[in-house]
Design a binder for this molecule. Structure first.
Ligand SMILES: [Zn+2]
Length: 512
């Protein structure tokens, strides 16, 4: 039950109010820290592409996500942003026939050093310490050595929060590198094209980190790239060696025109003028320009997955269907009053969903959340809300391979009140007060609550439903055997609803 224990861990680390993220300004970051180079696999492939396997199937590539936080767990990429980024990655890859999925639960790492690392050497150490085999390992942190992102061919991808938004393509770009694609401007990294100088035929570049193994990192080796001509005469041996990406010499973040082309005119070594294609994910054009991989780039990435990176591939589709629908909210809606300490949020199941992100906020934009949880059921319990607020709440369904849209917002009015009574004040008794695992809970209900159908629910401290049953109490004292062996020690809430109303009782589960 690794999956279950993970979500519990996840919830304990995202408790209560979730504040807006502190991000570095994206404009201050270098677009990509992936050092220049032609992957040795790509050299071999391009020399004899027809000898490699082909497939027209959807290729399901497994991801291992690592979310970095500081030593105290703060600063971490929030689940809503993670889902936005994941949605964007799969959208960007839709034409490739490659679909990414969460192979394992997200790994939460607390390390201030790695969370805001300054050098790729530190990032490499982080990856070596945490990589999981059989998946593409991707790390999200606030600072990735001054870059929007980078890929180490022998280790994994690092992503800066500021460049991992719902409309950013850095992740697609770095996955392109991980699947052997170079920049179309290979050779120009770290150099600035000057239209006033004649364009050279060759460029020397440093491929320090771009090796199949890390053992040749120091001293920095150099390699030579041929500069690509406009007429395509040397496209198979120049720059990225990919012929359906045209010449491009722009190795800084640049803005495109309405056609997605650069406004900077360049001239090839023969003097022929051209503009760079900013629609390519592998270029350094701004995010609003980028929208595609070329057919040859797609062919290369798919072949790479089928051969050298086949360990990332699922042998069968990891999910039975994609999540496409919004959740229908059931209660509370229409500004219904709901108790500050026990608001049970309920929605209808969404086809193919295995998980739901639930958010409660005082503001319609959800920039600050009073409650946020990832749950596997269609209920959540929000506690510690502020009285007399018209709250917004919404749900987003997802599974390992897809993310649905957010539901419409529901509204409820938080009331401090008597709608939910404390069970003990209502005359109930529960014992033992510190419940050992596997021991039945004794329940003594007042006569008015007996001999009628009751719904008994238990929620953990993060609001996740862990138990729900219909049960009638027929005698003055009954023993309730809850599946506590599966639960971690800590505080839970028993919520009981019947014709008398609703009562709530905290339960303390002892350490085993
Ligand atoms: Zn790059």
């Amino acid at each position: 039950m690794k999956h279950i224990s993970y979500w519990l861990l996840f919830l304990t680390l995202f408790p209560g109010a979730v504040l807006a993220q502190e991000d570095t300004d994206k404009k201050a970051l270098h677009p990509c820290g992936t050092p220049a180079g032609i992957d040795p696999w790509l050299r071999k492939y391009l020399a004899a592409p027809t000898t490699y396997p082909e497939s027209s199937d959807t290729l399901w590539a497994g991801l291992q996500i690592h979310l970095l936080g500081r030593d105290d767990g703060s600063g971490r990429f929030t689940p809503d942003r993670m889902l936005d980024a994941f949605y964007r990655l799969n959208e960007d890859f839709t034409p490739t026939g490659i679909r990414f999925y969460f192979k394992h639960p997200w790994n939460l790492i607390n390390s201030t050093l790695w969370f805001q690392h300054d050098s790729i050497v530190q990032g490499r150490a982080m990856m070596f310490a945490n990589n999981v085999p059989g998946a593409l390992n991707v790390y999200f942190m606030v600072r990735a050595a001054g870059n929007c992102g980078y890929n180490l061919p022998y280790a994994g991808i690092a992503m800066a929060h500021a460049c991992s938004g719902a409309n950013d393509h850095t992740w697609a770009h770095e996955v392109g590198h991980a699947l052997a694609l170079p920049h179309p401007f290979l050779g120009w990294e770290g150099k600035t094209y000057n239209p006033d100088l004649p364009t050279p035929d060759t460029l020397l570049y440093d491929y320090t980190h771009f090796h199949a193994t890390p053992d040749t990192v120091v001293p920095a080796p150099l390699d030579t790239a041929l500069v690509e001509y406009v007429d395509g005469r040397n496209c198979a041996i120049a720059a990225d060696r990919i012929c359906d990406t045209g010449p491009d010499y722009l190795s800084y973040r640049w803005q495109c025109n309405a056609q997605g082309m650069s406004t900077v005119q360049q001239r090839d070594p023969a003097g022929a003028p051209f503009f760079s294609d900013g629609t390519l994910f592998m270029s350094y054009a701004a995010d609003n320009c980028q929208r595609r991989f070329t057919p040859q780039q797609i062919q290369i990435m798919r072949t790479r997955l089928l051969t050298d990176r086949s360990s990332w591939l699922a042998t069968e589709a990891p999910v039975t269907g994609l999540v496409g629908q919004t959740a229908q909210l059931i209660a509370p809606i229409n500004q219904a009053p709901s108790p500050v300490n026990a608001t049970v949020l309920q929605w209808a199941p969404v086809p193919h969903a295995t998980h739901y992100l639930v958010q409660v906020s005082k503001v319609s934009g959800y920039g600050i959340r009073d409650f946020e949880a990832v749950v596997t059921d269609t209920f959540a319990l929000a506690t510690n809300l502020t009285p007399n607020w018209n709250y917004f709440w919404r749900v987003r369904a997802f599974n390992a391979a897809s993310v649905g849209p957010y539901s419409a917002s529901g509204r409820f009015l938080s009331v401090s009140a008597s709608a939910v009574q404390s069970a003990t004040q209502a005359g109930w008794r529960f014992y033992p007060t510190l419940l050992p695992q596997g021991v039945p809970l004794a329940v003594e209900a007042p006569a008015a609550w007996r001999d009628q159908p009751l719904v008994l629910s238990v929620f953990d401290a993060a609001g996740r439903l862990v138990y729900r049953a219909e049960h009638a109490l027929l005698s003055a004292r009954e023993w309730l055997l809850l599946p506590t062996e599966k639960w971690t020690a800590g505080t839970y809430y028993l919520v009981c609803t019947g014709s008398q109303g609703t009562v709530r009782q905290p339960l303390l589960l002892a350490k085993p």
